[in-house]
Ligand binder design. Structure first.
Ligand code: PGA
Length: 254
């Protein structure tokens, strides 16, 4: 279980091992242990070792991979494996990030298999859902995120749902500078919470729901203060060590 609020950095395809090492030195220098929150880094897989090296005295900060294949092993040249990631020290994995869905064609069904595999491998799955701009304009945001949620959790028992972390990331807000308002984020987080409740078995309040999409230093506090927003998944604004340190140290008003 992660402590909320969660601050997750998704570096995407940025920061090789040399940059990652320099980043972590600078970041850790400014960022004490913070027992009231969880910090997670999703570096590129090839930089994971550099990040973990830097964290050897900071077990409070977790590292994950941005992607795994839906099969644990086999003839899948170029893929990341959940079990190899776990062996290498990863504790979490992003699943269904919008770039995986929309750039690489990851299906809803594949996200379900990956969430299953993550739990079998003792990785915390961070399942991302979110609507595109055209889906939002068509007024189908709620049905899109509910469909993605249902598919992502399809192969779990009710109790296992409590081991998942969700991230709501509207596709139109990712990397665009357009952020959902705290009220908009809260509304969709409420939809996800209600869908979890309807599924039964799990205490819906126990599943953290992070928001992602153009989060920055200026909007982090108000997003975190919004009802049902249990953390942040941050791309661009997590690439600068000073800026990311400031965000993870955001004072959280609840
Ligand atoms: P962004 O990316 O913060 O750059 O919008 C978020 C994400 O893709 O997880």
């Amino acid at each position: 279980m992660l402590r909320t609020p969660i601050f997750a950095a998704n570096w995407k395809l940025n920061h090789g091992p040399t940059d990652a090492k320099a980043f972590m030195q600078r970041f850790l220098h400014q960022t004490p242990r913070l027992d009231d929150r969880s910090m997670l880094f999703f570096p590129p897989a090839l930089s994971m070792a550099a990040v973990m090296d830097a964290l050897h005295e900071r077990p409070d900060v977790l590292v994950g991979v941005q992607h795994v294949h839906s099969e644990a092993s086999g003839a899948f040249t170029g893929e990341n494996s959940a079990s190899i990631a776990r062996d290498a020290g990863a504790r979490a994995v992003l699943i269904g990030h919008s770039e995986r869905r929309h750039v690489f064609g990851e299906s809803d069904e594949a996200t379900g298999r990956k969430v299953r595999l993550a739990l079998d491998t003792r990785l915390i799955p961070m399942l991302c859902v979110g609507e595109t701009l055209s889906e939002r304009e068509a007024g189908i945001t709620e049905s899109v995120v509910e469909r993605q949620l249902t598919a992502g959790l399809a192969l779990l028992t009710d109790a296992e749902v409590g081991q998942v972390v969700l991230a709501y990331e509207p596709v139109w807000a990712i990397g665009t500078g357009r952020t959902a308002t705290p009220a908009d984020a809260s509304a969709i987080h409420g939809v996800l919470r209600a869908a979890l409740r309807a599924r039964g078995g799990v205490r819906a309040g126990q599943v953290p729901i992070c928001y992602g999409g153009s989060v920055n230093r200026g909007n982090a506090a108000e997003l975190l203060a919004a009802p049902d927003v249990d953390g942040l998944l941050v791309g661009g604004a997590s690439l600068d060590a000073d800026g990311w340190s400031a965000i993870v140290r955001t004072e959280v008003r609840r």
